[in-house]
Write a protein of this length. Structure first.
Length: 542
């Protein structure tokens, strides 16, 4: 289209590996008009991000190549442009928000320096101007007390806060086109709604266009004017958003629309054995100031929380980033120091040293949010899964360990023949299954699941939920399931606690929490997750 801001025509992307060419994107074409949002939707490996990275030539060249196609922006073919021309466009006229902020932000620089660098480089601002604009941007994307965050480093922020910083950096120069690659994947449902509303407002005010990449069709319906559905490197269906949702033509589109965690959580059993108990759990982090680094205050990560997790049952812990969910789980697992009584299988463990806890570690396992970060890239899958056995079962022979690895890989639905491969050779869902296998091989009684499905495609989420439910039923596992995704919590948990600022604001059975929430905070979480009105007495209906 002549009026298009960006026009992608017959774009193909190939990667060279071992002397062979693998086609990742196959003759993709679409246009983005000024002020329009186009969503590129599909599961991991469909070619969405590769297409987006091609726009600014951010792929690893020369390993990546373009056998065909043009990317026309303002009448210029960006694929044919030189580096000088691309530098003028990147970060100024076209910017990008990446999915994983922890790997995109520089761990050695403060937030002020990283956002300020963009403003100084592209706008020529001085220190004072850049600082004022940085504060404005941080407030705009919902960072609380932005003045206090200026000197923070990325590791000192929650995942949601880091993503908001990335969005602030991308919006700093008021671009004409914003490429958003899964920008809300790691965010709480309420924050997600705020960010989507913010992006929509900025788009209207600045007549900005967006290329929105996601696997979450619920988001697409809120933000996109048009949708392109990708699978296997090709666009299999495209059209106006409402048409795609109301009258999907392709089988793959219908598959995406139907993908959502389903099934029933375990039936509540108040007489089941108490595996993990916590009473008046406190985790306070000291705030130190001055030359002598005296403690002047505390950040109350967890502030007087009581929990009970029973055998064969799942306790869901929900709340926004920074509410204390993960801190509570780490305290119960004795991974961080805490105050209050903690009992595991009826025995006090809060007074045990690190050495005294070691025999219990095999019975208390953790599955982390990001499997790519929690799996060593230098170890094969077999070595990763065996690592716990080497520590806790040193008398086992190599053959016995290998046999156990084969058995647990089959149990989590992976081909045992793949055990000699490395984590980077697997999809996100497969990597999470490897992380689950690593925990399950030690036959634990208690498993802390820290956002284990948040970075996965919707259909893969549903598969992992089914797997976790099946493993729990077979092994009578006690789960502490930490998540901001209430749809997944509803499918897995029979008891739920809602946390905010380190405290429990509401607790009860899953049925009570989802169908009769009492606090405004819980109602807001449920409204954002299920796209309903946050009205008094609002319920979640099937």
């Amino acid at each position: 289209m002549s009026e298009a801001l960006l026009s992608i025509r017959d774009l193909s992307v190939a990667f060279a590996q071992g002397g062979e060419q693998t086609l990742a994107v196959d003759r993709v074409s679409f246009d983005i008009a000024p002020g329009e949002t186009v969503a590129l939707v599909g599961e991991s490996g469909s070619g969405k991000s590769v297409t987006a990275l091609s726009v600014l030539k951010l792929l690893p060249y020369p390993a990546a190549s373009h056998p065909s196609g043009q990317i026309l922006y303002g009448g210029r073919d960006l694929l044919a442009g030189d580096e000088r021309e691309l530098r003028r466009v990147r970060g100024n006229e076209i910017t990008m928000i990446f999915q994983e902020p922890m790997t995109s932000l520089n761990p050695l620089h403060t937030i002020e320096k990283q956002i300020g660098e963009v403003l100084k480089l592209h706008r020529g601002m001085g220190d004072a101007q850049a600082r004022a604009r940085t504060l404005e941007l941080l407030a705009q994307v919902g960072i609380q007390e932005p003045e206090r965050r200026l000197q923070a480093f990325p590791h000192q922020l929650s995942g949601g806060q880091r993503q908001r910083v990335m969005i602030a950096m991308a919006l700093a120069n008021e671009p004409k086109l914003l490429i958003a690659d899964e920008p809300t994947t790691a965010l709480d449902v309420t924050v997600q709604a705020q960010i989507l509303a913010l992006l929509a407002r900025l788009r209207r005010e600045n007549d900005m266009s967006m290329l929105f990449i996601t696997h979450d069709l619920g988001i697409v319906r809120k933000v996109a004017d048009r949708v392109c559905v990708m699978t296997g490197g090709r666009i299999v269906e495209s059209g106006p958003t409402e048409t795609i949702f109301s009258r999907p033509q392709h089988a793959y589109t219908r598959h995406l629309l139907a993908a959502e965690p389903k099934g029933e959580p375990p039936r509540p059993d108040p007489n089941a054995e108490k595996v993990m108990e916590g009473e008046r759990i406190k985790v306070w982090f000291p705030i130190k100031k001055g030359l002598l680094r005296r403690t002047v205050d505390h950040v109350k990560g967890v502030d007087g929380v009581d929990v009970t997790v029973r055998a064969g049952q799942t306790l869901g812990v929900v709340g926004e980033s920074g509410s204390g969910k993960t801190t509570l789980g780490l305290a119960l697992s004795r991974m961080i120091a805490s105050q209050g009584e903690i009992r595991f299988a009826g025995a006090r463990i809060d007074d045990r040293s690190f050495r005294q806890m070691r025999p219990l570690r095999r019975q208390m396992q953790i599955v982390f949010q990001d499997p790519y970060g929690s799996l060593s890239p230098r170890m094969s899958v077999a070595e990763i899964i065996q690592e716990g056995l080497r520590i806790h079962e040193p008398r086992l022979s190599a053959e016995e360990r290998d046999r156990m690895v084969v058995d647990v890989l089959e149990e989590v639905g992976l081909d045992p023949a793949a055990r000699f491969r490395y984590p980077h050779e697997f999809s996100g869902g497969q990597r999470q299954r490897i992380a689950i296998a690593r925990a399950m091989i030690l036959k634990p009684r208690f498993v802390m699941l820290d956002e284990p499905t948040s970075a996965l495609d919707m259909s893969v989420q549903a598969q992992v939920v089914d797997l976790l439910r099946d493993l729990q039923r077979r092994h009578d596992l006690a789960y502490l399931f930490i998540s901001h995704d209430l749809k997944v919590v509803r499918a897995l948990a029979n008891e739920v606690i809602v946390m905010r600022a380190g405290k429990v604001v509401e607790a009860g059975t899953a049925e009570q929490i989802f169908h009769s929430p009492k606090t405004d905070y819980t109602k807001a979480l449920i409204a954002a997750a299920f796209d309903i009105e946050a009205v008094p007495g609002g319920v979640v209906s099937e």
